[in-house]
Design a protein around this ligand. Structure first.
Ligand code: FPP
Length: 235
């Protein structure tokens, strides 16, 4: 059902900015790191729901390049969480036929994390049910500039779509941001050219399967035109 809403020939791609972990924790008089921990648990449920909903690609914003500016203990804790996640999720991914990839820069990550990423990607590379992409040290602007530098000689109007695919810049159909803010924060700027946007006030650790399904229902009810006019009046 949701797949009918996707842009022609593209995989159905949902992206999520998982915001609100810190405020979720602060509201409960807990330290911020517990918000991230609860957020990581929520990731599992949402990934399982994405599988049930037949989503092809799910991209999650876990750590932006700007997040390096957070206090060191918080950054360290997040890196610890990612390591734990990469170790623990391989089996779950294999069981559910999920391919796991990490997008973003690797040159500033600890070698031990890069090793875990490479291992998880290698072990799950045959997964076909869902392509789960987690963005770590990710900046969309950086990605675009890097791509221009690398492929500037091949860029022209005709091959822009082919190039997008080559660069793993697949169109996003639906972008969800939790936590009440309404901005993109340097996430998938190119890929979101035609994305439907959905903002929820719910903090990420509270964003349930039900909330995800409600968001998808709203997507399903939107009229996507890609710059055209509705078929009924196109005579
Ligand atoms: C934004 O909330 C969230 C992050 C910067 C980290 C996201 C990480 C997770 C959801 C957990 C780990 C993920 C995986 C894939 C294991 P915030 O801290 O900016 O919240 P605030 O705006 O309320 O301060």
């Amino acid at each position: 059902m949701y797949k009918e809403q996707q842009s022609k020939n593209d995989a159905f791609h949902v992206a999520i900015v998982m915001d609100g972990n810190g405020r979720w924790a602060t509201n409960q008089n807990k330290p911020r790191f517990l918000g991230h921990q609860a957020g990581a648990e929520r990731v599992r449920e949402i990934v399982e729901t994405a599988v049930k909903m037949d989503i092809d690609i799910l991209t999650l914003y876990a750590f932006s390049s700007d997040n390096w500016m957070r206090p060191k203990p918080e950054v360290d804790f997040l890196m610890h969480l990612f390591s734990m996640y990469l170790k623990s999720e391989i089996q779950r991914c294999l069981k559910n036929n999920i391919r796991l990839s990490i997008i973003g820069r690797r040159d500033r990550l600890k070698p031990s994390i890069v090793k875990l990423i490479e291992k998880a990607e290698e072990k799950t590379k045959k997964g076909t049910q869902l392509h789960l992409r987690v963005a770590i040290d990710y900046s969309s602007r950086y990605n675009i500039v890097e791509s221009i530098i690398k492929y500037k000689d091949q860029m022209n109007d005709e091959n822009l779509q082919n190039l997008s695919e080559k660069l793993n810049m697949t169109n996003v159909d639906f972008l969800i941001r939790t936590g009440g803010e309404q901005r993109l924060s340097d996430f998938l700027l190119w890929e979101c050219a035609y994305a439907e946007l959905y903002f929820s006030d719910i903090f990420w650790p509270d964003f349930s399967e039900q909330n995800f399904r409600e968001a998808m229902d709203e997507f399903y009810n939107r009229d996507r035109r890609f710059g055209m006019i509705p078929v009924a009046i196109a005579i």
